[in-house]
Write a protein that binds this ligand. Sequence first.
Ligand SMILES: [Zn+2]
Length: 348
Amino acid sequence: MPAESPSMARPNPSASLPKPGSQSALRERNQQRVIAALMSGGPQTQAELSRQTGLSTATVSNIVKVMASTGIVSTAPTTSSGRRALSVILNETGQVAAGIDIGRRHLRVVLATPTYRVLQEAAVALPLGHSAMDGLTAASELLDTLLESGGIPRSALLGAGIGIPGPIDRRTGTVVQGAILPEWVGINIHETFSEQLQVPVLIDNDANLGALAQVTWGPHGAVDNLMFMKVASGIGSGLVLNGTLYYGNVGVTGELGHTTINEQGAICRCGNRGCLETVASTSTMIDLLGHRGRDAGEPVDTRQIIDWALTGDTATLRVIDDAGTAIGRALAHMANLINPETIVIGGR
Ligand SMILES: [Zn+2]
């Protein structure tokens, strides 16, 4: 059967939409701008909305009135610069979005409203060297558990944002060589996750998402040029340049963990020698101090290293000092290259 014989023709979704260029299309577009500003910036006054959207205060005031009458937003009295003002709040509709953070050894899932209120959150350990399918199944199961425990129907799930600790080729949606999850290399995670979860998914490198979080909900909302460096089992960084995430040519940016620090250094999992990760990642620090753990009869982890450092253990301080020097050197190169306003260091 032809996909769309005349009798089977699907209704044209654009038929009910206002004609582009018409007065109502303009109103619709302006309303979308106000909603987008409320979603990214949280509750704010009409004057702030006007500044954020570039719309006049009169237009914002009209749009807010219409949206309040249809229940899309509510308003509450507030003060702004000592004057009385109205705070505009996006109403919750019962819909949720999922955030999925996949690490080398962990998985974390959160459910949040479109107004960024976190409703449910849970984390589980993943076995080291887990396959992409194992990670995906675990993520999907944990997501279902959270929906169920929150009494949220699956139909209320708008989509999922997924962070993974490795570079992603944005042309294909695949994890590329050098990822901290070698078992995931070459897998089209976008396709795989979309199929499994049956909702729209957005996938990005976790350091990129860290940078985005700093300027969206973190303390650096006013910063246009920010670098976020994640120091964990691997080392990666995310760049916000001119107010937007920087993806380079194919999406593999900020891979600072694989800059050469020592040409005679240890072999890195990427195949090069003496990469920053071979000196400063938490796995390297754990390896270097492993014998101390064996002497004490317990496995070493990052928490343990911090505890030793706080007691002034000289071997631990040597390892941290070397890591800090190497990281500082890499950051200095980046600072010379891109002149960021703020550098944030995160990770374990
Ligand atoms: Zn490397």
